[in-house]
Design a protein around this ligand. Structure first.
Ligand code: ADP
Ligand code: MG
Length: 286
């Protein structure tokens, strides 16, 4: 092999090896739960979620650079954490940096940091992650101190770095979880400003598979559902500030008048009733 070609081959090999090691490092730091991948996620169990849309999100392009958010709501067992971890894994494999954490664990760390007067620095350190996945945000009632560190985090990342949030409670119920209505409204407003929302209102996958095991094999219940009935529930929200006002939407907090103007309503690209011209994210199906 001529020397120049040999050197080029060696350099290519070195670059590929470095990439592999980098992704390995990023996978370790991401702390993703094991075994939760797109390949093992049964999309037919969640007909309101478009696989194509999720795959597009997995590339990270068009939303992670702009700090847009991804929010998943639904009752326990519906696959929110699985989907979040699977998207996180795909993003790491595509070269992005991700951290998956239970919200309560992160809130505890942030509170310790606040006591040590290092809250700002700790939040700044999280900037290295293009996506921070906060699992189970509204799972347990938060006190004022917990809410305020969460608010600091949401504000600090707003329009710069993305958050993915999973929550059992829709926004309308957050008043019961977070003590300060003004702070809650401000946080929700920032979260939804540029966001894709998945409403995963399905029966618990655990329960369903347990029932199927008991009743024996057969056509799974979810396969009989028509995906058309609910495909407007994955909502993409992009500037201007949104107020999706459908009954099924989780954003049903009382909101300022300006947000409820019909021109500011956001909708899934498939919801033809929208009056607002579709944004780039929406037209690309993200
Ligand atoms: P949630 O976070 O909504 O409470 P999880 O993601 O923890 O639900 O799901 C509960 C269990 O069911 C997990 O083991 C998960 O892997 C599995 N599961 C849920 N939905 C699906 C799905 N659509 N396809 C495959 N496994 C699923
Ligand atoms: Mg979960």
């Amino acid at each position: 092999m001529p020397a120049a070609r040999l050197l080029a081959t060696l350099a290519e090999h070195e670059v590929a090896e470095r990439d592999r090691r980098r992704i390995e490092r990023h996978l370790l730091e991401a702390r993703l739960p094991p075994g939760k991948t797109i390949a093992t996620f049964a999309f037919e169990a969640v007909p309101m979620i478009s696989k194509a849309q999720v795959l597009a999100l997995c590339s990270g392009d068009g939303w992670l650079e702009t700090g847009a958010n991804l929010l998943a709501f639904g009752p326990p067992g519906g696959g929110k954490s699985h989907l979040a971890a699977a998207i996180g894994l795909a993003l790491v494999e595509n070269g992005w940096r991700v951290l998956f954490t239970r919200t309560s664990d992160l809130v505890q760390k942030l509170q310790i940091a606040r006591r040590e007067l290092a809250l700002e620095a700790t939040i700044a350190k999280l900037d290295k992650f293009h996506l921070l996945i906060l699992d189970d945000l509204a799972y347990v009632t938060k006190d004022q101190a917990e809410t305020s560190v969460l608010f600091e985090l949401i504000s600090a990342r707003y329009e710069r770095r993305s958050l993915m949030i999973t929550a059992n409670q829709p926004f309308g119920e957050w008043g019961k979880v977070f003590p300060d209505p003004a702070m809650t409204l401000a946080a929700v407003d920032r979260l939804v400003h540029h966001a894709t929302i998945f409403e995963m209102n399905v029966e618990s996958y655990r329960r369903k598979t347990a029932i199927q095991r008991r009743t024996g094999p057969g056509r799974p219940q979810h396969a009989q559902q028509s995906p058309k009935t609910s495909d407007c529930r994955a909502t993409t929200i992009k500037s201007p500030k949104p107020a999706c006002q459908r009954q099924t939407n989780p954003i049903n907090l009382p909101r300022p008048r300006s947000l409820s103007h019909p021109d500011r309503r956001a909708s899934h690209p498939d919801c033809r009733a929208t009056r607002r011209p579709r944004s780039r994210l929406e037209t690309t199906g993200l």
